[in-house]
Design a protein around this ligand. Structure first.
Ligand code: NAP
Length: 272
């Protein structure tokens, strides 16, 4: 590669360095220095990529996820390759109570003294069957994980976000959260709900101007969830998560010329 935009990433995170060569926006190295950011579902897929990327740009990342082992792998990678201070929070969002969320708020306050951003990334796909056949138990499981948990977490962490200088909430949505499609059941319904949640939170916080809220549709991305949704697809035909990270960094770093709070963005088509 000639003149990579972030030469320091070439030996440590070649996939990010490679994707960055095609980014539409090149944030300053260290643009997230001093920020603490919670990323849910950060053990795998887009969440793991987000956590590693944010740490590469200076953020202390709170790695929240269900399975401890993959979180430890991401934690070890961040410790080995960055100067940041990550922390692991094993948490099954399907069972997230207000008490557990409150204790997370207290430990973030104690460890980091504040919180800059929250990325609601974790979600589950659930079965792809017609609504007429959709099992109630799985409907509830998907709704709990994909929309109730982001509400509980946002509510608990709101005081920390509201007292930050320029806080940000990213709600990771989907194409089927913006236009309904047959057989996407609770997943699509939960993403429509997340879009609504995003707009409500943006409207409630706009006047105070301390929290920016966005929904992002990553579009087809090479992960386990994508393979589950499209088992016949060649994974190489969809982009890796690293391709989207310029948008995430652009929104999380803050600064001038940002989209208005409440905006819906598409990682494939956005322009800085
Ligand atoms: N990939 C795509 O093509 C695509 C397209 C549009 C939107 N998205 C959205 O992008 C986000 C990330 O998707 P992905 O493709 O990276 O998915 P993924 O590869 O399936 O990863 C999902 C992550 O969420 C975690 N998670 C799931 N249920 C959880 C729970 N109950 N509690 C805590 N963590 C839980 C998983 O943890 P475990 O490892 O423990 O399961 C995993 O780390 C999702 O919001 C998805 O809807 C993805």
């Amino acid at each position: 590669m000639t003149n990579p935009p972030y030469p320091e990433l070439v030996p440590t995170y070649p996939q990010l360095a490679d994707a960055a060569a095609r980014w539409r926006h090149h944030p300053q190295p260290g643009c997230l220095q001093g920020k603490t950011i919670v990323v849910t579902g950060s053990g795998a897929g887009i969440g793991a990529t987000t956590a590693k990327t944010l740490a590469c740009f200076g953020a202390n990342v709170v790695l929240l996820g269900r399975s401890r082992k993959p979180l430890e792998t991401v934690f070890d990678w961040i410790e080995a390759h960055t100067q940041t201070q990550p922390v692991i929070v094993p948490c099954d969002l399907e069972n997230l109570s207000e008490e557990v969320a409150a204790s997370l708020e207290a430990s973030i306050r104690e460890t980091y003294g504040g919180l800059s951003a929250l990325v609601h990334n974790a979600s589950m796909l659930g079965p792809k069957v017609p609504l007429a056949l959709y099992p109630l138990a799985e409907w509830q499981q998907v709704m709990q994980t994909n929309i109730t948990a982001p509400f509980v977490l946002t509510k608990a962490l709101f005081p920390l976000l509201d007292s930050a200088d320029d806080a940000c909430v990213l709600n990771i949505s989907s194409t089927v959260g913006r236009e309904g499609r047959a057989y996407w059941g609770a997943y699509a319904a939960s993403k429509f709900a997340l879009e609504g949640f995003s707009q409500i939170l943006a409207d409630e916080t706009e006047q105070a101007g301390r929290i920016r809220v966005y929904s992002i549709n990553p579009g087809g991305t090479r992960t386990r969830m994508r393979a589950q949704a499209y088992p016949g697809e060649n994974p190489a035909s969809v982009p890796v998560a690293e391709a989207h990270m310029d948008l995430y960094l652009y929104l999380l770093a803050g600064g001038k010329d940002l989209p208005p709070t409440g905006s819906q963005l598409d990682a494939r088509t956005w322009q800085p």
